[in-house]
Design a binder for this molecule. Structure first.
Ligand SMILES: C[S@@+](CC[C@H](N)C(=O)[O-])C[C@H]1O[C@@H](n2cnc3c(N)ncnc32)[C@H](O)[C@@H]1O
Length: 314
């Protein structure tokens, strides 16, 4: 059971038991392949520590981060140890402007690092390790650990307020590195999975959620959103994989229940309650309904087997 390194919008730590209860009973993460095409913070992937499979996300900075965690964990940890507290004065040894892109003063170390992240050099000067270190630092010291970009693609989360933020996460980085080494890591649209999957593999889809309402807009993971048409295509895609004998589990917001029930032939939706770890409105945390749809029949689910064993053990 490895912990996620990053906090990520839509993180699935609260739903882990509900998700694992819907795995096929005979699925063995040390033998069968596992694929997670919308990785984000990867709560389920890191928890089950599969030995083979693929993970993917369209967010290039997130995938660069995981590549560095996988390939250079010690260098990443050492680089992160050099960062200062977010309240510290800006670091004179880095070139920086006293205002950011929107004209606001860069008056703390946090805002300096945010401006550096947003002004990263491209081409030959691109420093993949530095960018990964900055992503982790901003994720652990920014408000609520959110990742959000404005319409121009600039990360725009304000400084958070933490007593003792840990932006190094040495143990988590080392553990995550060992798990990431075993799988292929992609930076593509989720449909890549069609090319790599075989019957008997398990695919967990955790797309950006269709919003419950206009005030709970969870779709803003990055500048490129995931709209209602994308939700429809994903449903057809997942349904077709399931028809080929691939085990499919998919989570989404409660508003999708009717669509899944009406339009999918191979996926059964269930409603589950989950407490959101990140909400766009901090006042409004609490139970929200989500659905988990799966191709795994009730009789062959892992959770079902546990109940069965409990019934018959003495
Ligand atoms: C709900 S989050 C995943 C949360 C994750 N399961 C966790 O526990 O933290 C959805 C992710 O999908 C990514 N994404 C958005 N559109 C995508 C697409 N078309 N293909 C693959 N990934 C996409 C986003 O960048 C985001 O990281």
């Amino acid at each position: 059971m490895t912990k996620p390194v990053l906090k990520w919008a839509g993180g699935k730590r609260q739903l882990l038991d509900d998700l694992k209860a819907r795995f096929p009973r005979d699925f063995d993460a040390t033998e069968n392949a596992y694929h997670e095409p919308f990785l984000g913070g990867g709560a389920l992937f890191f928890d089950i520590e599969p030995t083979t499979g693929t993970v993917n996300d369209t967010n290039a900075r997130l995938v660069n981060f995981y590549r560095q965690v996988r390939d250079n964990p010690e260098k990443l940890i050492n680089r992160c140890r050099e960062f200062q507290d977010p309240e510290h004065d800006p670091d004179e040894s880095f070139p920086f402007s006293t205002t950011d892109r929107s004209g606001k003063d860069v008056d703390s170390y946090y805002y300096q690092q945010r401006a550096r992240f947003n002004n990263r050099p491209a081409g030959d000067d691109f420093d993949a390790l530095e960018e990964a270190a900055l992503l982790l630092y901003l994720n652990r010291t920014g408000f609520n650990g959110m990742y959000r970009e404005n319409a121009d693609g600039f990360f725009n989360i304000p400084q958070g307020r933490y007593a003792n933020p840990d932006w190094v996460r040495a143990e988590e980085v080392r553990a995550a590195s060992r798990v990431l080494e075993r799988v292929e890591l992609y930076n593509q649209d989720y449909t890549y999975v069609e090319e790599v999957v075989s019957p008997g593999d398990l695919v967990y889809f955790d797309p950006p959620y269709e919003p419950m309402s206009t005030t709970a807009d969870f779709t803003k993971y990055s500048a490129d959103g995931f709209d209602t048409e994308d939700q429809q295509s994903l449903l057809e895609f997942a349904d077709s994989l399931a028809s080929e004998g691939v085990h499919v589990i998919l989570s989404n917001s409660g508003v999708m229940y009717d669509l899944y029930e009406a339009e999918s032939e191979n996926l059964l939706p269930d409603t589950v309650g989950a407490t959101r770890s990140i909400n766009s409105d901090g006042e409004n945390r609490g139970e929200v309904e989500e659905i988990i749809a799966t191709s795994v029949s009730e009789e062959s689910r892992a959770g079902q087997s546990q109940t069965g064993l409990g019934q018959f053990s003495d």
